[in-house]
Design a protein around this ligand. Structure first.
Ligand SMILES: [Zn+2]
Length: 378
């Protein structure tokens, strides 16, 4: 999602952004409200008033989407799962997690709180609308509120459809996980049920088109198609993970640990074309250890116009690097490495440094390609 994401700011220490794909949908919602919903709900006003109310209503709706995602993120954090940030896009929001809950119950809780938040918001908007209606508040305001109630209701219910990557699919996966004790079987089951729902939506969309509802039909089919492709991607990840579980760190690590003299400059190293490994040990003139050097730091320095920097100036202390064991499987190591993948990890056995593990080592494991480009999302 990278380059297409615009930063909005931080809430509760979480990075919030939005994806450009959201803009057409934003305009569609505002346009529907300003030209159809509001004029029929509160007739006799100017189009300027409808448009202002329509845009304000749409902003409030996106705030509700954000509340849904924030609830996932905050519960995930209380369950010890790190959250990278939240991105709003076309179909709602995505909360990027930097790891996964280790228990099915935690997964269920992190997931369920989202639709619950939407349904509670729907109830609050509905109640407020009833109250203001009985107090003879302006009809335009009441209509906006009742639409917010409806949209949040749809959001809550739609997300409960048991198809990955929707919340309903994750809840189903968590239930199967809890019953069978296997996370993979949970995901595989949820992918299979999700595929059924995706085809169902596409079929309903086709029927709707045949019955004359072209736009509604296309929307249904589009959502079905999106669920189909997103579900398939999650299914592939399960396959990758089960293969990763059979590969120990020792099979891909760089060993012995490659070393470099700390007095070399970044430019000299890049010129020589000898940056083969992902993580180096540095030594001084007298052979004394100077810490470690992730290759990414050298490349950053050169790209940033500082080829004259000495390697020792970029050293990272051993304490700051993630440690993995050679007999540990790659899935476990990767989950712990998470966002520090760029830096790499030290492979330590019985207190002895036996190798290094970096992104370039992992790139050799062909099965890893899809996982490296995709972080667990919700
Ligand atoms: Zn959700």
């Amino acid at each position: 999602m990278g380059s297409q994401t615009i930063r909005l700011g931080r809430i509760f220490g979480l990075e919030i952004g939005f994806n450009w794909s959201l803009l057409p949908f934003f305009l569609l919602v505002a346009w529907t409200m300003a030209t159809e919903v509001l004029p029929s709900g509160a007739p006799g006003l100017s189009s300027t008033e409808y448009w202002i109310a329509g845009v304000v209503g749409t902003v409030v709706f996106y705030a509700c989407l954000l509340a849904h995602e924030l609830s996932h993120a905050l519960v995930a954090r209380t369950k010890g799962v790190k959250v990278a940030g939240i991105t709003l896009w076309l179909f709602g929001g995505v909360t990027q997690l930097e790891g996964e809950p280790s228990r099915a119950q935690d997964q269920a809780l992190i997931t369920a709180v989202g639709p619950l938040t939407s349904l509670v918001l729907a109830a609050i908007f509905f109640g407020t609308q009833l109250l203001l209606g009985s107090l003879n508040a302006p009809l335009l305001l009441v209509t906006v509120l009742s639409w917010m109630a409806l949209l949040n209701l749809v959001l809550g219910v739609f997300n409960l459809v048991p198809a990955l990557p929707l919340d309903g699919g994750r809840l189903l996966g968590a239930a199967v996980w809890w019953r069978t004790g296997s996370k993979d079987r949970g995901t595989t089951g949820a992918v299979r049920v999700g595929r059924f729902f995706a085809y169902l939506l596409i079929a309903l969309g086709a029927l709707e088109v045949l019955a004359g509802g072209l736009l509604n039909g296309l929307w249904l089919a589009l959502i079905g198609w999106f669920l189909l492709s997103a579900g398939a991607a999650e299914g592939r990840q399960v396959g990758v993970r089960s293969r990763l579980r059979q590969v120990p760190v020792a099979a891909v690590m760089t060993s012995p640990v490659p070393t470099l003299p700390g007095w070399l400059t970044c430019g000299q190293l890049v010129e020589a074309g000898s940056l083969g490994a992902g993580l180096y040990a540095l030594h001084g003139v007298g052979g004394e250890p100077l810490g470690f050097l992730p290759r990414s730091r050298v490349e950053e320095a050169v790209r940033g116009g500082h080829p004259e920097w000495r390697l020792e100036a970029l050293a990272v202390a051993a304490e700051q690097l993630t440690k993995v064991r050679p007999d540990e499987d790659l899935e476990a190591a990767l989950l712990r490495l998470g966002p520090h993948l760029e830096q790499g990890a030290l492979v330590v056995a019985n207190g002895e440094l036996v190798g290094t593990l970096a992104a370039s080592d992992l790139a050799r494991v062909a099965a890893l390609a899809p996982l490296l480009s995709q972080r667990p999302q919700r």
